[in-house]
Design a protein around this ligand. Sequence first.
Ligand SMILES: Nc1ncnc2c1ncn2[C@@H]1O[C@H](COP(=O)(O)OP(=O)(O)OP(=O)(O)O)[C@@H](O)[C@H]1O
Ligand SMILES: [Mg+2]
Length: 499
Amino acid sequence: MTGIGLEFQDVSRSFGAVRALSGVSFSVASGDAHAVVGENGAGKSTLLKILAGIVRPDRGAIRLDGAVLDSASPREALEHGIGMVYQEMLAFPNLTVSGNIFAGREMTRSFGRLDEPAMRARTRELLERLHVPATPDTPMELLSTAHAQLIQVARALAFECRVLVLDEPTTSLTDAEVDHLFTVVTALRRTGVTVLFVSHRLPEVYRLCDRITVLRDGRYVDTFERATTSADDIVRAMVGREPPARSARAVPAAVGTPALTVRGLSRADVFHDVSFEVARGEVLGIFGLVGSGRTELLESLFGLEPLSAGSIMTNGRPMTATSAAEAVSAGLALVPEERQRQGLCFNLPIRDNLVLPTAATSGTQVIRRGAEQLAAQAQSDALAIRTPNLDVTPDALSGGNQQKIVIGKWLATKPSVLLLDEPTKGVDVGAKFEIHNLIRREADRGMACVMVSSDLPEVLALADRVLVMREGHVRGIVPGAGATEEQVMQLATHEVAAS
Ligand SMILES: Nc1ncnc2c1ncn2[C@@H]1O[C@H](COP(=O)(O)OP(=O)(O)OP(=O)(O)O)[C@@H](O)[C@H]1O
Ligand SMILES: [Mg+2]
């Protein structure tokens, strides 16, 4: 049975001079799974935040089954039947699972006393329904990202939500975790819950959603039927022009002293006996499933986590990798995966964020207004960072644009070896293309690059060679050109019969 569902009517919101949303109108049929897509900064998160009571609109209205929704807080939105799942949010990390599900709306007995047994029982039911291996008393901080997200779904269910909103929920999940989340969401749909889903991964959009609404520059473009629309049509509507062609592969790497030589590297219980070399001008892709040790390997190379065995040389000189400072002076730079937490200074303007590492390595105490500011502007232009100006702080930018800043600031240090962890996670097709070109350009100028990515097409398009890890061991190094997805996936997932 389908009712009127959700209607966005002329929804507008500006932040200072930035029009995040202007006059957005469309509707979502009740019980539908509906995707909202668009480039970084298109206004997707702002729209969902208005729905979830986090941001107030300047103009316009949202109706649910005909009634105007006007939520002044996430709690109020939840009471109106809108449940939101954030990508990486622990509501109350020091509370238990049950505490998180019922926070702000505890079940009570007479005299307002908390009804712990009832909440525990309900929590147990929900955990079972969502297949989360936890108990009501498990501290929230012990859960994985995937399970923490499912607790947010559980919270929405405990409040009997009619609309479930998911903003880029899959970026940190393994394939199996994505499958699980989608199974849960599909089951919810069958009970009549309407789903709004934001993702940059079009295959996931196609898997989950029947209709796809495209936003561009804060405006509504169109709503497409999955059945009759190709992914290329969607991309065209998103960028307003022909989609960028896949960048061509670079010529195989040059000879000479390797920029990075790694021998027998081990970190107890994480990775074992890892050896490889990266030449100047070469892009080495590291592929592996979550848990294969790839992120940990980059962290250890950058001196953030101790090694138990092995040796590292950069440009022919040995290094101990015992601190990030040593790594930087040896010519390394790391663009971390969790850029929000590790990569940005949220109390400094973008201008300073872009030049911070350069200022640090050139020994400048105070960031000079002048040459460095020009550099910041140039970097911002090169990366097409969408921002009103460079004086705002990073929290004013959309997720994908924050990512570009982190990459930009490390590229500006002109490292001889750039370590990148999931460089295009959460980044739109256009920005992805720009980031690939930047990496390629710096590689052509002699920089060596080690890139961890779970985006297999990206790895194959960009890497000269692909190192495949599984369970902390190197399972093979294959040339990027000519390697197939199947081949790499096979190495990453199971033992291949010896040949
Ligand atoms: N709190 C804020 N202050 C100032 N500007 C903001 C704020 N939140 C969002 N914006 C701006 O509004 C625009 C839309 O941002 P929004 O986060 O909705 O984009 P998005 O479509 O979710 O992008 P992404 O795919 O990168 O997550 C951007 O230009 C962003 O810089
Ligand atoms: Mg967003």
